[in-house]
Design a protein around this ligand. Sequence first.
Ligand code: MG
Length: 355
Amino acid sequence: MKQPMLAAAGILFFSLRVLSQSPAQWLAHDMNRPRPPVVKPSDQKLPLLPPSDAVVLFDGRNLSQWRSADGSPAKWIAVNGYMESVKDSGYIFSQGTFGDIQLHVEWAAPVPAIGHSQGRGNSGVFLMGLYEIQVLDSYENETYADGQAASVYGQYPPLANASRPPGEWQSYDIVFRRPRFDRSGGLLKPARITLLHNGVLVQDGVELWGPTNWLQHSPYQAHPDRLPISLQDHGNPVRFRNVWLRELPEWSEAGPANTKRGPTVVLRSQELDRLVGRYERQTANKLIFTIKRDGGKLLGNFAGPSDIELVPHSEREFSLRWTAGRLAFDLRPGAKPSGFTIFLGGEEYSVKRVE
Ligand code: MG
């Protein structure tokens, strides 16, 4: 009996986990879900040209950086500096593969505006080909909140509807962090998206609970660290231009300070006590620095609001606990130090003892 009970408990746990991973209290595509407020974006200077380290996916000339799903040449049209989705030509995929990126896309919904809801100016930017940021003509066009322009499709409505009228160029600036999987394919960290639509923050580091989908709820499945970006053919002649990205360095984690600065030592009470005192830095305004003891620790107050622990590396050399800085006392045999020198940010400052 134990096994089935455990299995049942596992299913329950899994179900709760799946539910708890959905931050929405709404089912996907619920028309009752409140729409975000409409915000009129300010005028932007577009195109926003790529910075020096960008990978350019479309500069207005040709579709050489794109292909169809089967690898054949992309069947969208490239003309007059933009590319345009062609009905029934299929999604297009970047030739290159990417993971963590900053992505800039400019797009324009068709004029005249034809159709309504999801049928009007629909396309999409699929990060890694799996995670869609919706492209839709959401200017005075009602649809479900999690499917309007700048939504993470079926998951997160945008924080604001910052759409411009159809025919006008709009910008998406996307920061995408790919999901992380462990070696056995388990999810370590979900994908994360931050998005500015026409300069307005509309997705604020949201964590996706799986690939975006229509009707389905798709859980994460382990996939490569790099995959192509794709753009959607949803049957509407949506235009794109000036598509570029910057590959981002590995996500740095907050953590303890890097302590590669030599071995530490334990100093005796009298070795610490002789360093204690008031010191003065000669500047236009005299700055008083204080060195004091707290049990076995030496603390420094450098004219700031709080004390900083000084980590001993010898009887005269210390490092600052949380900062890449050093401090060296001018020690003379059998006497208190005459002062100390702080090495910080490529500069050094001498400080004299005053008592
Ligand atoms: Mg779409």
